[in-house]
Write a protein that binds this ligand. Structure first.
Ligand code: SF4
Ligand code: SF4
Ligand code: FES
Length: 354
């Protein structure tokens, strides 16, 4: 069964553009990407759209459909009412190249800045052993298809380009969490790195990233909140703090998250003080390549300090609060993804309706 449906698609490039209307045939069982392909074959042969697998696995076809970041290939047309106009716009957080294609290189830059997996030096590849429970914990985060829907929805950078320098975004918070929970990763500074370099403190756990993730990764509950709790433990638990100050021989060189702001390190100098992007490869050429293109000396704002009283002490309520962050605005008994009627995304057409 086929019918004509109303589509509004953003057309333009970095100099500007607008929404254009199309009436297009839609057949039973089709997804939004099918309809875009039909438009390319009929009314709009020059419509630019990125896609690869059409199976929800490559993460290329990310777009905003009726205001919600989604995969075009996984959004069935039956999601919408028969009379509903389907509005498709490019990811709002990233610069437009043309039509629905955006420049997502911000994400790759953040990926390169994140120190890679660092296995123990005295265990040969092939001899790594870990328990199934640890495999399962990080496996959830490994399901990420890098669609960057969580990145585009995050309000910290969605309308605030100025925050991009200091904020890596939810996709890289779960990368840090995955490595922090990995029993064979020898870096112990993942938490410090997340707080000081990735801007973990900017996240106020709105859970929008979890809401849009097509892999249903519980980004906030299983990644961000545990990391925030570990940061609090490390910073405010005197025993943990003392332990972290005791020098241990044979320790893996850690990321110099604090020295970076004090004028060192210099790329190419004493390797022990630098981020290692090549991680466990021990390949000096790969290391040098990974370091080029990263701005080592960028200025980043300090994370917001917790509220203190007149004497500079944390109020008792901060210390006894049983969670590191604010309560979820959704309540604690909500499961994700939320049903469409509970979403809080603005439809691009909403202003025209009033
Ligand atoms: S939970 Fe944090 S990272 Fe996720 S969208 Fe909200 S502010 Fe961004
Ligand atoms: S965490 Fe989910 S939403 Fe974010 S990039 Fe990975 S798959 Fe996409
Ligand atoms: S085309 Fe690959 S995820 Fe949609």
């Amino acid at each position: 069964m086929s019918a004509k449906r109303q589509f509004r698609i953003w057309r333009g490039d970095e100099t500007g553009g607008d929404l254009q209307d199309y009436m297009v045939e839609v057949n039973e069982g089709e997804v939004v990407l099918d309809v875009i392909h039909r438009l390319q074959a009929t009314d709009a042969p020059d419509l630019a759209c990125r896609w690869n697998c059409k199976a929800g696995k490559c993460g290329s076809c990310s777009m905003e459909i009726n205001g919600k970041p989604r995969l075009g290939c996984m959004t069935r047309m039956s999601t919408f009412g028969d009379e509903e106009t389907v509005t498709v716009t490019p990811l709002r957080t990233f610069p437009v190249i043309r039509d629905l294609v955006t420049d997502v290189s911000f994400n790759y830059e953040k990926a390169r800045e994140t120190p890679a997996f660092a296995p123990p030096a005295d265990v040969a590849p092939g001899d790594y052993r870990m328990q199934q429970v640890d495999v399962e914990r990080s496996q959830e985060f490994r399901k990420c298809i890098e669609c960057f829907l969580c990145q585009t929805v995050c309000h910290v950078i969605r309308d605030h380009d100025e925050n991009k320098q200091a904020f890596s975004g939810p996709r890289y918070f779960i990368r840090a969490a995955e490595l922090d929970m990995h029993p064979l990763d020898t870096r112990t500074d993942r938490k410090e790195y997340a707080q000081a370099e990735q801007g973990l403190g900017f996240c106020n756990i709105t859970k929008c990233c979890t809401e849009v993730c097509p892999e249903h990764i519980k980004i906030t509950d299983n990644g961000i909140i545990p990391m925030k709790e570990r940061v609090v433990d490390r910073r405010y638990d005197p025993l943990v703090w003392l332990g972290s100050k005791i020098f241990r021989r044979g320790e893996t060189p850690q990321t110099s998250v604090t020295t970076a702001r004090q004028g060192s390190p210099t790329p190419g100098s004493a390797r022990g003080g630098l981020h290692s992007h090549a991680g466990g490869s021990h390949d000096s050429q790969a290391e040098a390549q990974a370091q080029s293109g990263v701005n080592w000396h960028r200025e980043v704002p300090h994370p917001t300090a917790p509220a203190v009283d007149d004497r500079g002490k944390l109020p008792l309520t901060e210390l006894t609060f049983d969670r590191a962050a604010a309560p979820s605005p959704f309540g604690d008994d909500v499961t994700f993804p939320l049903p469409p009627e509970h979403l809080n995304f603005a439809h691009p057409d909403q202003d025209n309706k009033h």
